[in-house]
Write a protein that binds this ligand. Structure first.
Ligand code: PHE
Length: 488
């Protein structure tokens, strides 16, 4: 008799796992960066358009596809899309759809993890450095480059993270992943809410001219003129952010959804995942790094820029914001907070670590499921195979500078390409009516009929924006690549 496939034990566990999958570094670092660099509040208009017309439809498509594959005992994209395509295409053709989407999802997961896991490792290290005050009283920029130069240390924190991932995933879905996220996700929200509360009462901690309000104003006041002049770029940034933050176009939502029962709700649960992610992104993510950076602007903006006036200083923060900012500029904020800064910094980086970990666990499970179900390798053994794979894929991050941007361009392009496959295979080849029926199977809510044309026509058209845009930046990054290597 065939062994029973693992299933989520509780509804809350499933929702927290899915939210953990979506809530990641993207919510707390990438989102504020995108807002700051794309016209502040004006960014939110295309952002919500992309969420409503593209993000939610693709989220539903991936949930439906995953549960469908799970019914046949498959948790990975290849076999699932083969089965779905068969509704309209002959088996040989369907096989190709399965093989290509499976290969896309596999390479994407390995590529993304080659750097994502390192970023999480840095967060673990910086949580520790904050708690011990390691960078206090030093140049934080220098401290960061020394840290990156110390490969043994970088690999230590990477290793701790990946071994914990292997252990959690090795325990299985209901007994491992579900238990881990049930602890981590509530903690993540509690940490974030405590920190946001602190930011709300912070006011002007060091200089009456600079307050957290400046940051909120910077994020939320809409710059319509900017939106008008840069509409295409802002739209591209907004759709790209929606994809990244919801973890769409990876095959991992499908993998998690494959552990549902055939009559478990997907419509409302998909929406709940989106809501939890958007709360963590727009409300919490938007209220932390930027307001903090502006309240402490005199400590992080170079004096010559400060002297030019407030708008210039704010523009400087907007420009510099990004990944490096978290490890070089924000530590200056924590240092300026005094002793409480140690606690605050430790919490901020631990928050990033939780956020990244619960996303990485989903990707880890996807690869393990691939080995387990498609290649018959035992789960516990598979987790160590994945670890070795990650180790090798991650080496370029440590040894080749500039690798990160290059591979990020690839990842953005592949994410949207795979989302296109989602729509083609799981809706069109599977047949739209079958899809609509599946979406409502066991559903706790009825999706209004007017949403169907959005899903069928508007979502794929909107998808062309990030598809073309990311293809363009991919070409740009690739052309730049030899020059970068030459510099090394
Ligand atoms: N959604 C995650 C974040 O916001 C990133 C991610 C994308 C994780 C795709 C897995 C897959 O950080």
């Amino acid at each position: 008799m065939e062994q029973q496939r693992d299933q989520w034990a509780t509804k809350i566990g499933l929702i927290l796992a899915m939210a953990g999958n979506a809530v990641g570094l993207g919510n707390f670092v990438r989102f504020p960066t995108q807002v700051a660099q794309n016209g502040g509040g004006a960014f939110m208009v295309p952002y919500f358009i992309a969420l409503f017309f593209l993000g939610i439809p693709v989220m539903w498509i991936e949930w439906v596809a995953g549960r469908y594959g799970g019914k046949y005992g498959h948790g990975t994209l290849g076999p699932t899309y083969y089965l779905m395509a068969r509704e309209r295409v002959k088996p040989r053709g369907a096989l190709w759809w399965g093989v290509i989407s499976g290969m896309l999802a596999f390479s994407l997961t390995v590529l993304l993890n080659s750097y994502y896991l390192h970023l999480i490792g840095w967060s673990a290290a910086y949580s520790y450095f904050s708690a011990t005050g390691a960078y206090f009283g030093q140049s934080t920029g220098e401290f960061f480059s020394n840290y990156l130069g110390n490969h043994a240390q970088v690999m230590l924190f990477w290793g701790i993270t990946v071994i914990l991932l292997a252990i959690a995933v090795g325990q299985g879905v209901s007994k491992g992943i579900e238990r881990w996220v049930k602890v981590m996700m509530p903690l993540l929200y509690v940490f974030a809410i405590i920190m946001v509360g602190y930011v709300f009462v912070l006011g002007s901690p060091i200089d009456p001219n600079w307050s957290t309000i400046d940051g909120f104003r910077f994020i939320w006041s809409p710059n319509w003129a900017y939106l008008k002049d840069h509409f295409a770029t802002v739209m591209l940034a907004a759709t790209g952010q929606i994809f990244f933050t919801l973890s769409l176009g990876m095959g991992i939502i499908q993998n998690y959804a494959s552990y549902l029962g055939p009559d478990d709700d997907v419509a409302l649960s998909g929406l709940a995942t989106v809501s939890l992610n958007e709360f963590a992104e727009v409300v919490l993510g938007g209220s932390l790094a930027v307001p903090l950076a502006t309240a402490y602007a005199p400590k992080i903006v170079p004096p010559e820029v400060l002297a030019q006036g407030k708008n210039e200083a704010l523009a400087w923060i907007g420009q510099k914001f990004g990944l490096g900012f978290s490890y070089t500029s924000l530590p200056n904020v924590f240092v300026s907070m005094g002793d409480i800064g140690k606690l605050f910094g430790a919490m901020w980086f631990l928050l990033l670590w939780f956020a990244g970990f619960t996303s990485a666990i989903a990707m880890y499970n996807y690869l393990t499921a691939l080995l387990e179900e498609d290649l018959n390798i035992k789960r516990k053994v598979g987790t160590w195979v994945v670890l070795v794979l990650y180790f090798i894929a991650g080496l370029p991050v440590v040894y080749i500078s500039g690798y990160l941007d290059q591979v990020d361009a690839w990842v953005s392009f592949q994410l949207t390409l795979l989302a296109l496959f989602d729509i083609i295979v799981a809706v069109y080849l599977f047949k739209p009516d079958n899809f609509w029926k599946e979406l409502h199977q066991g559903a706790y809510m009825k999706v209004p009929g007017w949403y169907k044309p959005i899903l069928l026509y508007i979502a794929p058209i909107l998808l062309l924006i990030p598809l073309i845009g990311s293809a363009q930046s991919l070409v740009g990054a690739t052309l730049e690549w030899p020059a970068r290597l030459a510099i090394i």
